[in-house]
Design a protein. Structure first.
Length: 385
């Protein structure tokens, strides 16, 4: 059999984590497989990654993308040059639609003959359904994390394999207990998790409404402990804002790896929209979900976005299990009122927790970890090519 090789490309922290998990599974299933790639710290820890800084590619919104256009073009050229130099059996492009579709087109233009596989589909069920046809013309196979993705792409001739949602691969158990309360001296207190976001733009836009909310909730409920697990990538920015800000004097910052211990004990959460909303649902933590975009990006999203909700858990449930506050609705008076509803109503909070866990179980499906299924699919695609 011809020697098999794979080149993985991740352009954002979330994709970097998916790539690292995929590398582990690929090596388990095919120990002789040659794996190269572009990614961040997580992939580098698996000894995969070139001298390629992905930080400028973590872009949120239309106006931010315009500002970064020149940088993105340069990064696309560099990525294609690295891939063509390796000539792998397959290239796996992980998430990050804008960057990855450019890489796919550039690879074909450069004469790449191997398999191009997209891992994580663009959310065409939410907006820009035309991207399904664009992707079908650019890649050979799609690995989907949502069971409802397939029809949008298959009608354009793109083979789709549903591998499950990678966030369910994390080793946490909603019924597990840690020593979080003992370590943080809050054995009998109620606990609120605060998630500012994982991108600088999210923190910049949400910091003030969150800080005002934290101050008022702390004043009204002195027995409520508030903790915020913060990714290393934005820890410096957030600490700069928190320094000397008395509004957040009751907020304790934690390393990100304490997140699941916190979720296992939290009674409720205030969170930036994103992957974390589903993670909170899995753990049965009632949450208030928030998001703010630049005015231009918000207008584009309003015109293009089809679902009634932004959180995947709400979209899946087709109802607002987690109250959402987007753009002008994301102000402290609204957030405080919504949080107080959960704090003051134990019955509602407990029912919401149960509903969230039940819906998360429906989303998870069956078949084992997504990274395991994705690795198996990739190896099969290479063998069948």
């Amino acid at each position: 059999m011809q020697s098999r090789s794979i080149f993985l490309v991740a352009a954002e922290p979330s994709g970097d984590q998916l790539g690292a998990a995929l590398v582990k599974e690929l090596r388990t299933q095919s120990p002789n497989l040659t794996i190269r790639g572009i990614g961040g710290d997580a992939m580098a820890a698996q000894n995969v990654g070139d001298d390629f800084d992905i930080t400028p590619l973590a872009i949120v919104g239309f106006t931010e993308a315009l500002k970064a256009y020149t940088v993105v073009r340069k990064k696309v050229r560099q990525a294609v040059q690295l891939i063509m130099g390796e000539s792998p059996s397959a290239v796996v492009l992980i998430d990050s639609w804008g960057f990855m579709i450019r890489v796919a087109h550039a690879l074909r233009k450069a004469g790449y003959k191997g398999q191009i596989i997209k891992y994580v589909a663009p959310q065409v069920w939410a907006m820009r359904e035309g991207r399904a046809k664009v992707l079908a013309n650019a890649v050979d196979h799609l690995l989907s994390i949502h069971s409802f993705d397939a029809p949008y792409f298959e009608k354009h001739g793109l083979p789709v394999t549903f591998v499950g949602n990678p966030m369910f691969d994390d080793k946490f158990d909603p019924d597990s207990k840690s020593d979080f309360r003992a370590r943080n001296d809050c054995k009998t207190d109620r606990i609120m998790a605060v998630l500012f976001g994982s991108r600088p733009a999210e923190i910049e836009k949400l910091y003030d409404p969150f800080a005002n909310t934290i101050a008022e909730i702390g004043r009204r409920y002195p027995g409520l402990k508030m903790y915020s697990p913060v990714p290393d990538s934005v820890a410096h920015l957030l600490r700069e804002k928190l320094d000397n800000d008395t509004r957040c004097e009751n907020l304790t910052i934690l390393p990100e790896d304490h997140k699941y211990d916190l979720f296992g004990e939290a009674d409720l959460a205030l969170a930036c929209s994103g992957t974390v909303s589903t993670q909170l649902a899995i753990m049965g933590v009632p949450a208030i979900i928030c998001y703010k975009l630049s005015p231009v990006t918000a207008l584009a999203a309003w015109l293009l976005f089809k679902p009634d909700y932004i959180s995947l858990i709400n979209i899946s449930a087709e109802r607002e299990l987690m109250p959402e506050f987007v753009q002008h609705k994301c102000k402290s008076t609204n957030l405080i009122a919504a949080l107080r509803t959960f704090i003051d109503n134990d019955v509602l909070r407990e029912k919401t927790a149960t509903d969230l866990m039940n819906q998360a179980a429906i989303m998870q499906g069956k078949g084992g970890p997504a990274s395991n299924r994705a690795a198996s699919a990739i190896l099969q695609i290479i063998d069948d090519a």
